[in-house]
Design a protein. Structure first.
Lengths: 179, 277
């Protein structure tokens, strides 16, 4: 599969193309981390994150490649692993006592949000994640999910978001943590 | 949102802590939705089998790479050798001659009177100054296929000693041991030039694959026998019923040596008769 073909397929949110890319460059990409003091799991995480960054950029359709896709992903991997190494070195030298309480509250809230997302129906989950993560517009979502038209997608998205907010509000209250 | 709207919104956020809290909540919900999708995609990728296949595993092994490299190089060299030598080796006759020549001694040489030698080119050359064109030994009229067909029949009767042993003219040669090998299609015929020179009589020399004959042949035609072997050729000159041996290694003007071996003379005579039939 050629690069332009890959980009065209990803712009249509073809996840099979992501699988193809992942498998194709796996051995080459994980070596970046493995050869730079990383574990296999870290290598896998970095490569997957890099591929997802590429996926998001390609989906938005404004990605202009001046190199091969493999080179582009390689550079993302390299940057991600450098950031991870920086983060690790900072963690060693810094104290984390300050702000621990805040992190705990945010973490608890995030846990509840994740539970609520899980409780949403499959269509709702897809609409919301396509919209917020993949950056798809209503027309693309309607096409992807076989809705009658854009308005249907818009309405469904509104209802799904409202339901999620409601679920979160009923489960979460800052008072719970103050008690 | 315009710049003014953004500024107004910022002011409201500072003044209204509930709005600020709600904004933070919504931002976290969106982040969690993004993370959910990311987790979903990563789970999908995790389920892909990325273990290298057998070929990839084998190919990535450095020992296998070295071994295969050596094998490939060897194959190329052997293949190249056979390809380069195929023109010489593709003749069944050559192969059979080679195999026999290694197993039989000179003393076992038996001449078959029925032997047909297709490559003996005999041409009668008039005496006197003869132009180069008229004295060139001509190509055998027998086609290669026909020659091969004939040769195949007579191979079992022929024993080929090592002809290279007889290349030195100074060596006392047992001429009966000289065999009549089969033609090498790549060999060139010898060009001949006759030079009347009172200083030399019945002399010859080779220069640049050309035979120069010196002397006066008294108007009697002479014949040149060119017998091509696998890697060497034998030349004989017949003049007035007498055979002379010509060595192509002689580059200085030398006297023609008479063939005295009776068997060889008989063989040459028979060959001459066979050719003329």
């Amino acid at each position: 599969m050629k690069d332009h073909e890959i980009l065209a397929r990803i712009s249509k949110s073809d996840e099979a193309t992501l699988d193809y890319l992942y498998k194709k460059h796996y051995q080459m990409m994980i070596k970046i981390v493995l050869n730079n003091n990383g574990s296999e799991q870290e290598a896998k995480d970095v490569y997957q994150d890099a591929l997802i960054v590429f996926w998001q950029k390609a989906l938005k359709g404004n990605l202009v490649l001046t190199s091969k896709i493999s080179t582009y992903i390689y550079s993302i991997c390299l940057n991600l692993w450098r950031k991870e190494l920086d983060r690790k070195s900072r963690l060693i030298h810094e104290e984390h006592e300050v702000g621990e309480e805040v992190d705990y509250e945010i973490e608890e809230r995030g846990k509840i949000i994740r539970q609520c997302i899980e409780e949403l129906g499959d269509v709702c989950k897809r609409i919301l994640t396509y919209y917020y993560f993949d950056g798809m517009n209503m027309n693309e979502i309607a096409e992807k999910l076989d809705f009658a038209n854009t308005d249907t997608a818009k309405t469904k998205k509104y209802k799904c978001k409202k339901r999620l907010d409601h679920l979160i509000k009923t489960r979460f209250s800052s008072m719970d943590f103050l008690d | 949102m315009s710049k003014n709207e953004a500024l107004g919104f910022e002011e409201m956020l500072q003044q209204d802590p509930i709005l600020k809290s709600e904004l933070a909540n919504q931002q976290q919900i969106i982040e969690e939705l993004k993370d959910y999708r990311k987790f979903e995609l990563k789970s999908r990728l995790n389920n892909i089998d990325v273990t290298p296949g057998f070929l990839q595993t084998v190919a990535s092994n450095s020992m296998v790479q070295i071994t295969s490299g050596v094998l490939l190089t060897g194959s190329l060299l052997v293949g190249g050798y056979f390809w380069m030598t195929s023109s010489e080796k593709d003749s069944i006759i050559d192969l059979q001659i080679n195999s026999k020549s290694t197993s039989l001694s000179e003393s076992e040489f038996v001449f078959n009177p029925d032997l047909k030698i297709p490559t003996i080119d005999i041409e009668e050359i008039p005496t006197g100054n003869t132009s180069l064109e008229s004295t060139n030994v001509t190509e055998s009229p027998i086609s290669e296929e026909a020659a091969i067909a004939e040769d195949l029949v007579i191979i079992p009767h022929v024993v080929v000693p090592n002809l290279d042993e007889y290349d030195d003219p100074d060596v006392n040669i047992d001429e009966s041991a000289v065999a009549f090998p089969f033609p090498n299609k790549e060999q060139k015929h010898v060009e001949i030039e006759n030079i009347e020179d009172s200083q030399y009589d019945f002399h010859y020399k080779f220069y640049n694959n050309k035979l120069y004959l010196y002397g006066d042949f008294h108007g009697i035609p002479y014949e040149i026998f060119e017998i091509n072997g696998e890697s060497v050729k034998r030349l004989f000159l017949l003049h007035d019923g007498v055979y002379y041996r010509i060595f192509d290694s002689v580059t200085e003007t030398s006297k023609l040596q008479k063939v005295t071996n009776v068997d060889l003379i008989n063989d040459l005579t028979m060959l001459k008769e066979n050719k003329s039939q």
